[in-house]
Structures are given as structure tokens and as C-alpha cells.
Design a protein around this ligand. Structure first.
Ligand code: KIV
Length: 284
């Protein structure tokens, strides 16, 4: 089955069912997600925090993103793969944005790029779209600039902030994005945006009225232990189970219980005897 296209994704706004998106950063997770029929795989710059151990998404580089996008792209047959443009890969100029966005498609097998920001980046989005690069927008809480937004917290509760986010979403849609991520905004604001634009809204901490939902995979499977945002549902809690496996391995090796005969290879005794007797002869 070929990969979904931006046109397929856009149509789901009216035709349903709701869209699903998860993040992946490597071949195996991407393959598991793809086998489950998730519509879109985002190689998010959350890579920096959940895989590379940075404190924020700010340090993530183009090279790191492309490296992980390539691994994901090699695995994915059905989902639409979105590469996240890292901090300062598109803010500096439209030329930089074009060059870097193009690399996600040409060098890393992505089908689209995502970038954070609203009205200020509408012209950049238009440029990318005009060049044939499908774009997913991202407004509300934008982690690359979280510190100027007062940290990782809900955005758009008062009139001014809600109006700004609403106008940002409209500008992103008008600029030609085919979908938009709404992060950490109240349900009522996400609902207003969802009924005001003709592209699908993909919510993360934006309530149930969006056209789709995205989660960071390492959050929803309980692999990321540093903190759990309020909007995350842990569908499985893997970290304790994985640690249990590591601890049992350590105990069993130390106690001589691993490996067993079933986990070892038999034969070769004659060869060993011959080597031993040769060595004994050589010494005497
Ligand atoms: O980088 C990321 O994983 C994201 C999601 C939170 C939407 O941008």
C-alpha cells in the first residue's frame, strides 16, 4: 500500500475517521507504528528530549533530525512521514527554510515538514508550499520558544492570547499548510479553530474537538520518565518492565543461571581436546 498523501490527510477533515499521529525516531518503532495503521509519523524534534537527553528541543540540529528521519523513512510503507524543522533551521530566512525543508524530502525520505509558529511564518510556509514542500503548522505551545511563552504551560486562556493563537492558526491555514498541530490550548479554543479552518487540526493537550490527535510515543508507552504532561495517557508503562528485565539479567548472570544449555551451542569437544593436547606437548 503506498504512503498516505497530504491530500488524503486533508480529506479526512470532512470524511473522517479522526486522524492519528505518533512520533518515531528510529526504524523499529516506526515499523511497529506503521504496522498498526497510524496515519502520520512525526519525527519530532522532541527527539532532543526523549532520545538524545537534551533539556529542551533547542539544541537539536538538522544533521540529527535527518539522521533519524532516514531511519524512520526506511521502515514506513503506509503512514505519511513528517520531519520536524529544528530551531534556527527556518527562522533565519526564507532561503534557509527552503534549503533545509528540501533536505527532509530529498535526503531523508520525508513526505512533509512541520514548523512551529503562526502569522510571523505565514510567508515562509507559502514559500515552501509554492516550492512543492507540504507543510504541517504548529501553534499554541511551541516548545522551541517555550521560555518566551512562560514555560511549558497551557496557552490561550485569556482573550489576547486566545485571539493571537486563533489568528495564527488562520494565517497558517491561509498560507497553504495541509494540517496544523494545536499544542496545549483549552478545548474551547481548539474547537473554535477546528471549525474555522478547512485543514485538519491535530491536537496534543487540545481536547477532543480536534480532527486528530498526536502523542509523543515515549510518553504514551511510559518510556520517558523525567515528567509526564497532564495531557498524556500512558497506554502502557514500559520503563518499569524494561528495568525489571535488566535487573533479572544481571541477577541471573551473577548467579550463573544465564545462559542455560538451551541458550548455548553444543559440539566442538574433540577440537578443544586436540588444541589442549597440542599445547601440553608444546610446553613439555
Ligand atoms: O516534536 C514533537 O514531538 C512535536 C509534538 C509534540 C507535536 O512537535
Amino acid at each position: 500500500m503506498p504512503r498516505l498523501t497530504p491530500v488524503d490527510i486533508k480529506e479526512r477533515k470532512t470524511k473522517g475517521p479522526k486522524l492519528t499521529m505518533l512520533t518515531a525516531y528510529d526504524y523499529h518503532f516506526a515499523s511497529l507504528i506503521d504496522q498498526c495503521g497510524i496515519d502520520m509519523i512525526l519525527v519530532g524534534d522532541s527527539l532532543g528530549m526523549v532520545v538524545l537527553g537534551y533539556d529542551s528541543t533547542v539544541p537539536v540540529t538538522m544533521d540529527e533530525m535527518l539522521h533519524h528521519c532516514r531511519a524512520v523513512s526506511r521502515a514506513v510503507e503506509h503512514a505519511l512521514v513528517v520531519g520536524d524543522m529544528p530551531f534556527m533551521s527556518y527562522q533565519t530566512s526564507k532561503e534557509d527554510a527552503l534549503r533545509n525543508a528540501g533536505r527532509f524530502l530529498k535526503e531523508a525520505g520525508c513526505d512533509a515538514v512541520k514548523l512551529e509558529g503562526g502569522s510571523h511564518f505565514a510567508e515562509t510556509i507559502s514559500c515552501l508550499v509554492a516550492a512543492g514542500i507540504p507543510v504541517v503548522g504548529h501553534v499554541g505551545l511551541t516548545p522551541q520558544t517555550a521560555s518566551s511563552l512562560g514555560g511549558y504551560k497551557v496557552q490561550g486562556r485569556d482573550f489576547d492570547a486566545a485571539k493571537r493563537i486563533y489568528e495564527d492558526a488562520l494565517a497558517v491555514a491561509d498560507a497553504g499548510a495541509f494540517a496544523i498541530v494545536l499544542e496545549c490550548v483549552p478545548t474551547a479554543l481548539a474547537a473554535l479553530i477546528t471549525r474555522s479552518i478547512d485543514i485538519p487540526t491535530i491536537g496534543i493537550g487540545a481536547g477532543d474537538k480536534c480532527d486528530g490527535q498526536v502523542l509523543v510515543t515515549h510518553d504514551m508507552i511510559g518510556l520517558f520518565e523525567k515528567f509526564t504532561p497532564k495531557f498524556v495517557r500512558k497506554y502502557v508503562n514500559l520503563a518499569p518492565q524494561i528495568k525489571e528485565a535488566f535487573l533479572t539479567f544481571k541477577e541471573e548472570v551473577e548467579a550463573g543461571k544465564f545462559p542455560s544449555n538451551e541458550e548455548s551451542f553444543s559440539g566442538g569437544e574433540e577440537a578443544v581436546l586436540a588444541i589442549e593436547s597440542k599445547e601440553t606437548r608444546a610446553k613439555t
